[in-house]
Design a protein around this ligand. Structure first.
Ligand code: PMV
Length: 312
């Protein structure tokens, strides 16, 4: 095995556009990779992991588990690896539903396999990153690692993934607002499911509506209909709200995005904090920036990423 000097790879984060939570009960969901990246570089070294955002990650740190799990998954598949130093630089907020750990796992896997001069393809990267995610997260669906590996739009239902050839409507962008409210996906999922069992048939109707929203959203994307897409985002937000997945700050951000010209907005991912996404016309970008800055929000203007993981 010939090791090169240093290899860097970058992988995108993601947002869920439609169907979060409903997907837990077998309904479909739609996610998209976005133009915010984690860049990871590896070289022969002493097993040191350094994050530009978090500093040196000591072996005892809880942040270290993911890095160790990736190396372990590579070893299981390809045999012993040399000791490596890792440096990671992430544009993604942590624990906000944007798939930052998946993007770390995917970019690290890609960089390690490149450094070791292994003949690999994207599916190898996805499988290894998914193994690593399984070691550190409770039952990951695999959507984050799939989107980070391949990019683009992804439809998924009951563990089946289908990449869809979609584009955002012409002259629209996604705005992502980080509410800064931390939440644990597992806790929100459990409480939403508890409400589901308390309200029975009402929840079934809400979830069926969620399923219809996904199919109509795919049509709206195919037809490039920004108004319809925005309206469906609001309906999706309302359905999630009725299942207890929103919060005051999430609702406030949705209203703020609407009053600054968004076609629609919704929580993305588990909710009760994390990120809120909006679909905005390009023409509203500058006024929106000023408005969101004045409100003091941390926000990102993004486009879909269609490339997935690449050498950087
Ligand atoms: O917030 P995230 O990106 O971890 O997404 C959670 C999505 C849920 O549908 C709420 C849970 C799941 O496992 O699909």
């Amino acid at each position: 095995m010939v090791c090169l000097l240093m290899k860097c790879s970058k992988a995108p984060g993601k947002v869920l556009l439609f169907g979060e939570h409903f997907v837990v009960k077998g309904k479909p969901a739609l996610g998209v990779a976005v133009s915010l990246y984690v860049k990871t570089c590896v070289e022969l070294g002493k097993g040191r992991v350094y994050s530009k955002q978090l500093g040196l990650i000591e072996p005892s740190s809880p942040h270290r588990a993911l890095f160790d799990a990736v190396i372990q998954a590579v070893v299981e598949r390809y045999g012993a690896t040399p000791s490596l130093d890792v440096e990671v630089d992430s544009e993604l907020p942590i624990a906000s539903g944007m798939g930052s750990s998946a993007a770390i796992a995917v970019s690290l896997t890609h960089a390690v396999l490149s450094l070791m001069n292994i003949d690999f393809n994207r599916e190898d990267v996805r499988l290894i990153a998914h193994e690593a995610e399984k070691a550190v997260h409770y039952r990951p669906s695999g959507v984050d690692t799939t989107l980070s590996t391949y990019g683009g739009f992804l439809y998924y239902k009951q563990g089946d993934f289908k990449r869809l050839d979609l584009r955002l409507p012409v002259d629209t962008l996604l705005v992502i607002v980080n509410t800064g409210q931390k939440r644990q996906t597992g806790v929100v999922v459990r409480e939403v499911l508890e409400r589901y069992s308390r309200i029975g048939e009402v929840a079934e109707l809400i979830y069926s509506a969620g399923e219809l929203v996904v199919s109509k959203a795919i049509k709206a994307l195919e037809q490039g209909d920004a108004n319809q897409l925005g309206e469906l985002m609001l309906v999706n937000h309302g359905l999630l709200w009725s299942m207890g997945a929103s919060s005051i700050i999430c609702d406030t951000v949705v209203h703020d995005l609407l009053s600054s010209g968004a076609y629609g907005a919704k929580i993305s991912g588990a909710g009760r904090g994390g990120v809120v996404i909006g679909l905005i016309p390009r023409s509203a970008l500058e006024s929106l920036r000023v408005w969101l800055q004045r409100k003091g929000y941390e926000f990102y203007i993004v486009e879909p990423d269609y490339t997935g993981v690449v050498s950087a």
